[in-house]
Design a protein around this ligand. Structure first.
Ligand code: PEP
Ligand code: MN
Length: 444
């Protein structure tokens, strides 16, 4: 492990994908030095605690729940929207903890999930072709030349938006809002629906159990605070690198932009810049694995990113698609198990199940999401490995972006409240429904 930040920079000599072209490189360098001088967003000690929590999940003694927007937006960083997302994750976690009788590690795709990989560098509408939207950390969503120009000042705005988002998350989760004795109140403010009703029943049982324990004299100070971690796709190196720091306690290198980063399906080449950079930092790292991942690739990623086989260091987030998971996942699980490695296996049932409606909406069928989750559990049961977590794109708001669920959102309904700038998210109710389903699978 290199002890100076210079030794970390071998990635700069390697091929790199999905980075924007800035018109003025000097302006990027100036912003990078500003970012370098700003305080870290997370503390290395928290990152170490998360690694220990993920090690428990990899060993089958805990479960990881990761959720949040596909692409956060600057204007979406409001108190209401942040609170609704945190509440949704907390409610899902309660359902999972209760169902599985297992600790749930809670992590938002929040406070840093701004950069997006794109399938094309450009977007064409009619006879106009402009640079693709790469997330608000890079350029604007509006389809104009000025807005689609990559602007390095956005790196700073992303940092400050992440800082204020994280501040509110910390306030909620440390200041009493997330106290388990508030389990009912998290349900308030959401429209009445079958999932909320089912949740209400569960909250009632938890309440009774807590009251009983309190009457017996148990001390519930522990219930006041909740550990809540942040993670995002480690994509944009002009952001990730300046926030990489040496921990003054240990001399080790950490990416302090969030507790956890993952490498996306499109940037995980073994000889590419991203894998090289992430091999040098101490944070727990995720890698997305799509349906064409070979066993050799999975094993080589383990060798490169987790040569010491450190518990909790490496998470594989599989996103195979409902139609492929049952044939694509088991061989990977077998090969990794046979190698003696024990990464944490997480399912992302979203990114392999995208479709576009005839009216042009990017969407996903809730049934496909559910089917991929079921396939994930089946594959792990067959091989004897532990299905250790779920990674979903969700929001706490009542959007209409994914088809189906018990509200039976159909193609015509998508238009009523479609707000995502990138991929479609489960709404609050679909998220809770999914949590009940995962809890049932964990109980089997
Ligand atoms: C994402 O998580 O938003 C994403 C782009 O995923 P993937 O790398 O799996 O395509
Ligand atoms: Mn996405």
């Amino acid at each position: 492990m290199p002890r100076t930040l210079d030794a970390l920079d071998a990635w700069k000599t390697l091929p790199i994908k999905q980075q924007p072209e800035y018109p003025d490189p000097a302006a990027v360098a100036e912003v990078a030095s500003e970012l370098t001088a700003l305080p870290p967003l997370v503390f290395a000690g928290e990152v170490d605690t998360l690694r220990a929590r993920l090690a428990e999940a990899a060993a089958g003694r805990a479960f990881l729940l990761q959720g949040g927007d596909c692409a956060e937006t600057f204007s979406g960083a409001t108190a209401d929207k942040i609170r609704n997302r945190v509440k949704t994750v907390l409610q899902m976690a309660v359902v999972l903890t209760y169902g599985a009788s297992m600790p749930v590690v809670k992590m938002g795709r929040m406070a840093g999930q701004f950069a997006k990989p794109r399938s094309s560098d450009v977007e064409t509408r009619g006879d106009v072709t402009l640079p693709a939207f790469r997330g608000e950390i890079v350029n604007g969503y509006d389809f104009t030349t000025a807005s689609r120009q990559a602007d390095p000042q956005r790196l700073l705005q992303a940092y400050h938006t992440s800082a204020s988002t994280l501040n509110l998350i910390r306030a909620f989760t440390q200041g009493g809002f997330a106290d388990l004795r508030e389990v009912h109140s998290w349900n308030k403010g959401f429209a009445e629906n079958p999932a909320n009703k089912r949740y209400e029943g569960l909250a009632h049982e938890i309440d009774r159990a807590i009251k009983f324990m309190e009457a017996c004299g148990a001390d519930f100070e522990e219930l006041r605070r909740v550990e809540f971690y942040t993670g995002h796709e480690g994509l944009l190196m002009d952001y990730e690198r300046p926030l990489t720091r040496i921990d003054s306690r240990t001399g080790e290198i950490y990416n302090t932009s969030s507790h956890f980063q993952w490498i996306g399906e499109r940037t995980r080449e073994l000889d590419g810049a991203h894998v090289e950079y992430f091999s040098h930092i101490r944070n727990p790292i995720g890698v997305k694995l799509g349906p064409t991942t070979s066993t050799d690739t999975a094993l080589a990623l383990i060798d490169k990113l987790d040569p010491e086989r450190e518990p909790g260091r490496l998470t594989f987030i599989t996103r195979m698609g409902a139609g492929r998971i049952r044939e694509a996942l088991p061989p990977l699980l077998e090969a990794v198990k046979a190698s003696g490695a024990q990464p944490l296996w997480v399912t992302d049932p979203m990114h392999g199940n995208g479709i576009t409606t005839p009216t042009g909406y990017k969407t996903r069928r809730f049934d496909d999401v559910v089917d991929e989750v079921r396939g994930f559990f089946e594959a792990h049961r067959a091989v004897g490995t532990f299905p250790g977590g779920i990674h979903v794109e969700l929001t706490g708001d009542d959007v209409t972006e994914c088809l189906g669920g018990s509200e039976q959102i159909d193609e015509a309904t998508l238009a009523t409240r479609y707000e995502s700038l990138c991929d479609p998210r489960l709404n609050h109710m679909q998220s809770l429904e999914l949590a009940f389903l995962v809890a049932e699978e964990l109980e089997k």
